[in-house]
Write a protein that binds this ligand. Structure first.
Ligand code: HEM
Length: 347
């Protein structure tokens, strides 16, 4: 039986306990502890999940097996947790909330947050279907890495509005260096008629980052910029891919950042706006009003990815997916480094 790495177990249990406490209770009530009053997810492995529950007889652990049988890959966990949730709803006769593709857009924060995706575009959020497309393959193959990134402490702190303004400012500073490299690389896409649709001018973020930095750090923002080591490596990798002229590689980095900004980024902006009372300056980076409908842009983006996938060999497709995974890992490492920098200041 597969034992997942501790970081994976921590990410999954942290996410379930932080964002889906009610689902934890529902699952154990349906499978093994009908009268549970509390339930915390404490483990996950190839065969199932483990919850620490409290009921009238005290505390104990309840193991529930995955509905789809044994699993071995990180992205399968989400699929099985969603399946377990649905099976629990069915067993208890509770209507299940609307679910999305297995790679799972349903997974964040309060469920109502999905509205964030449609906000600027006025379209309801639509997660892609498993249609065998390349865009779906990328999403599915990399979703575990996405969860690691999203579950990083500093990201969680910002999302839960317990991060400080300095945490957020440090993030904007890292964005400055990332987008400096990314947007220089992306010029190669804009100049290529096949990929121009991926990089309209209204997507470009550097000016918005400067607006935010002026607001957050003042007129001398430039002198205060400091990148963490992972940001330097990340930007170097983007420059390397660009220098090679490897377009799928550039798109891999482009996809990871911009689709993220247009997805979870919209939720981050809402939280930061609320916590720190920003209007536009401070969160201009997340404002894509000029791009038009976010939902439409994502649809176009995925269509271009799908066309690209049809032209690439299996090996090239895999190479591109690996580059997306690498991009996610750089982002996660940036968050870890930011946290280190924060801890060393406060120590
Ligand atoms: C608190 C942090 C985050 C939250 C809450 C979050 C949330 C989400 C959600 C709900 C989606 C699905 C949107 C949809 O289906 O349209 C999504 C997609 C995405 N996110 Fe995140 N995210 C976070 C962090 C990140 C980070 C750090 C990155 C990488 C830099 C990232 C990159 C992406 C990408 C590339 C997608 C598109 C996946 C696809 O549909 O192909 N996200 N995010």
């Amino acid at each position: 039986m597969i034992e997942f790495e501790q970081t994976v177990v921590d990410a999954v249990t942290g996410h379930m306990n932080g964002d889906h406490p009610e689902d934890n209770l529902l699952i154990v009530r349906a499978f093994g502890a009908p009268d549970a009053t509390e339930s915390t997810m404490v483990g996950v492995d190839g065969l199932g999940g483990v919850w620490q529950i409290t009921d009238a007889s005290g505390q104990r652990e309840v193991r529930v097996e995955w509905p789809g049988g044994e699993i071995s890959e990180r992205p399968e966990i989400r699929r099985e947790v969603v399946a377990l949730y649905k099976a629990a709803c069915e067993r208890l006769g509770v209507p299940a909330r609307e679910e999305h593709a297995p790679a799972g857009a349903e997974h964040h924060g309060a469920h109502g947050e999905q509205a964030a995706h449609g906000e600027q575009g006025g379209h309801p959020h639509q997660a892609p279907e498993d249609d065998g497309s390349f865009s779906y393959a990328i999403r599915t193959a990399t979703w575990g890495d996405h969860s690691d990134s999203e579950g990083s402490t500093i990201m969680e702190d910002i999302m839960r509005m317990r991060g400080t303004l300095d945490d957020y400012t440090a993030l904007v500073v890292q964005h400055y260096f990332m987008y400096e490299a990314l947007e220089a690389a992306a010029e190669q896409l804009a100049a290529n008629p096949r990929f121009a649709a991926l990089h309209p001018e209204t997507l470009i973020r550097q000016q918005a980052i400067v607006t935010d930095l002026e607001h957050l750090l003042g007129a001398d923002w430039r002198e205060q910029l400091a990148s963490v080591p992972a940001t330097v490596s990340y930007a170097d990798r983007i420059r390397e891919v660009a220098a090679e002229g490897w377009l799928p590689g550039i798109i891999a980095h482009h996809y990871t950042r911009y689709l993220g900004d247009l997805s979870g980024g919209q939720m981050i902006a809402k939280r930061v706006k609320k916590q720190h009372g920003f209007d536009r300056a401070g969160i201009a980076f997340y404002d894509f009003t000029e791009l038009g409908s976010i939902a439409d842009f994502k649809t176009t983006y995925r269509a271009v990815l799908d066309e690209l996938g049809e032209q690439l060999s299996d090996e090239e497709r895999q190479r591109m997916i690996d580059e997306v995974r690498l991009a996610y890992r750089f982002n996660t490492e940036v968050f870890i480094d930011m946290q280190r920098a924060r801890d060393s200041v406060s120590a």
